[in-house]
Design a protein around this ligand. Structure first.
Ligand SMILES: [Zn+2]
Length: 301
């Protein structure tokens, strides 16, 4: 028995695992396909569209789950040890991933290694890269390129297939990109304000020429200050911003205060760090982008 299998079995016994997790040890490759493990659902969906049926693709964090500060479970470790590659976003998004992969012998792809960051300019996070690059369709296209390139390096015989799948998927992203570009182009310059709860839309704002305004910079963990709240209220009034938004995984309570103070309408919830459940409006990356951009269009138009 290899050291790795022994470790897995010991881990299993130690944590008195659900039969499901233990069963997986004996079925190392489902249907003889290798497992690609992503850190979050958005990334898993992009990878699935490149790999199609050639790999099993799974996400460690499930839909609707908080990703930044996720605490991996023993069963996540078992799944990861079976994977051929672990893919994470980087830019400090998954606070847990360094420690998580440190004891695993899997290959790793970190998307941020090949992306240009936008830096956060505020508070405690000043100078750190904003992690939410996928939120812009233009960057989503880069995610696809990075995944195609990296998976092809690991499995050169599949290069053509990955490239073909990537092209088809990128065409769909380009369509979303072009539609949103056109929308912003036709929007009055003084109406180009995107006011959200969290500063998760920097890449979208930057890539499409919107002014980004938010109540807190990265995660709900940094509390909103009265000073920041007052600044947002004053700006919304001054610029007559018609609609304000919030992210689906955080409370919109503070944003509703701004709504009540300014008379702007609440435009809706946007998806950022996680896809929705299957029955939700954002159960794929393309679906998430379409949902977000439609809500923004409806609010600002
Ligand atoms: Zn986030």
């Amino acid at each position: 028995m290899s050291k790795k299998s022994l470790l897995l079995i010991l881990t299993c016994l130690l944590f008195l695992f659900s039969t499901n997790a233990c069963k997986r040890i004996s079925t190392k490759k489902e249907n003889n396909k290798e497992l690609v493990l992503a850190s979050f659902t958005v990334l898993a969906d992009i990878i699935q569209n490149v790999a199609k049926n050639d790999f099993i693709v799974k996400s460690i964090t499930k839909p609707g789950v908080e990703v930044h500060g996720y605490k991996p479970t023993p069963s996540d470790l078992i799944n990861a040890s079976e994977a051929f590659v672990f893919v994470d976003n980087g830019f400090g998004f998954e606070i847990w991933s360094e420690k998580f992969v440190s004891n695993l012998k899997v290959k790793r792809i970190t998307i941020a290694d090949d992306l240009d960051p936008i830096f956060i300019n505020e508070d405690f996070y000043k100078g750190k890269p904003n992690p939410h690059a996928w939120i812009s369709p233009k960057r989503g296209i880069l995610y696809v390129d990075i995944i195609v390139k990296s998976l092809s390096e690991f499995r050169p015989s599949k290069r053509e297939l990955f490239e073909k799948n990537g092209e088809i998927y990128k065409n769909k992203l380009s369509k979303i990109d072009q539609e949103f570009s056109l929308f912003v182009k036709n929007l009055d310059k003084d109406k180009r304000y995107l006011v959200t709860c969290e500063g998760a839309f920097s890449y979208l704002a930057n890539d499409y020429g919107l002014n980004e305004v938010y109540l807190w910079p990265v995660n709900a963990e940094s509390q909103i200050t009265p000073k920041r709240m007052a600044r947002v209220i004053s700006l919304v009034k001054k610029k007559k911003v018609p609609a304000l938004f919030c992210e689906s995984t955080v409370s919109n309570e503070s944003q509703m205060v701004v709504v009540n103070e300014t008379g702007a309408k609440f435009g809706g919830n946007l998806f950022v760090d996680s896809l929705s459940m299957d029955e939700g409006p954002a159960n794929s990356y393309l679906g998430m982008l379409k949902h977000n951009l439609n809500i923004i269009k409806r609010g600002l138009d």
